[in-house]
Design a protein around this ligand. Sequence first.
Ligand code: PMV
Length: 321
Amino acid sequence: MSEVTAIAHPNFALIKYWGKTDFVNNIPAMSSISLTIDTLTSTTKISQQPEMQENIWELNGERQPDLGQLLPTLDYLSKVGKVNEPCLIQSDNNFPTAAGLASSASGVASIVVAYNSLFDLGLTNQQMAKAAMLGSGSAPRSLFPGLVLLDIENQCDCHTLAEPNQWPLSVIVCITDDQRKTISSREGMEISRKTSPLYKAWLKVNASHIKQAKNAINERNLRALGQIAEENCKQMHEVMRTSNPSINYMTNKTINCINAIETIRSSGVDLFHTVDAGPQVKIICKTEDSGLIQKRISSLPSVRQTLVANIGYGARVVNEG
Ligand code: PMV
């Protein structure tokens, strides 16, 4: 076998991590709960290239100057698998890259799965999660389907809390701006860890948010999950705002979109929002309400485009040859 293609989808955190305990091993300072979606996809083909001197990475058809954040992941994989063969890694996203839509999580997860299969490494879930985490702290979550817990209290164990068919939810991604972000989450969270006066309190509140969100997920209680997710999102953005320099990924368009979501909710529709390290807003709702919400939200001047996805599956091989 000389090439393998794998796909993975972004995941959006409902209970977020923002800050690391170990910058070198890229270990989050707090647990997180996310939702893996479908429709938005990173596709990675890895092929063995014996004539090449080193690994080469192409992203969306463009050769990258270096392996960047993939380097620690690939170093770990080649060490664990005792692989010494150079590869061509070709990744494509069918959605905007580095715009707060978790393209690095899906990209890294698809690479880990493709590499594991290409070299028949037989990695355990724990090893795959470690490899993914070295590339992006949120990437282990894209290895798994549905609602996913990344548990730093338990050796960074990552597993599904609810499968897609156990709770059919939809996500409406409201794209307000598709420019690349100016400050990466990696840099941003390090600034917050060092400078935000709220950082310690943020670490503390995480454990309680995780517990409440797990309960809401067990009960399939969208309203309760929404309340805790919105509170968690608000607190993360407060940590960012109180950092020095102050970090703000939200724009006026983001705020307009959030206000419109409040209005839709007050008309009796069950939905909630979350915002990550970018200006896009993600709405989580019951699948049967997604059409109506999309129609109302896409009429806003601040929303350039909406993408509707359902709760989706983990990273997987789609083609071997
Ligand atoms: O690990 P990164 O660089 O993908 O950072 C993720 C940061 C947030 O999306 C804001 C939070 C999260 O838990 O996904």
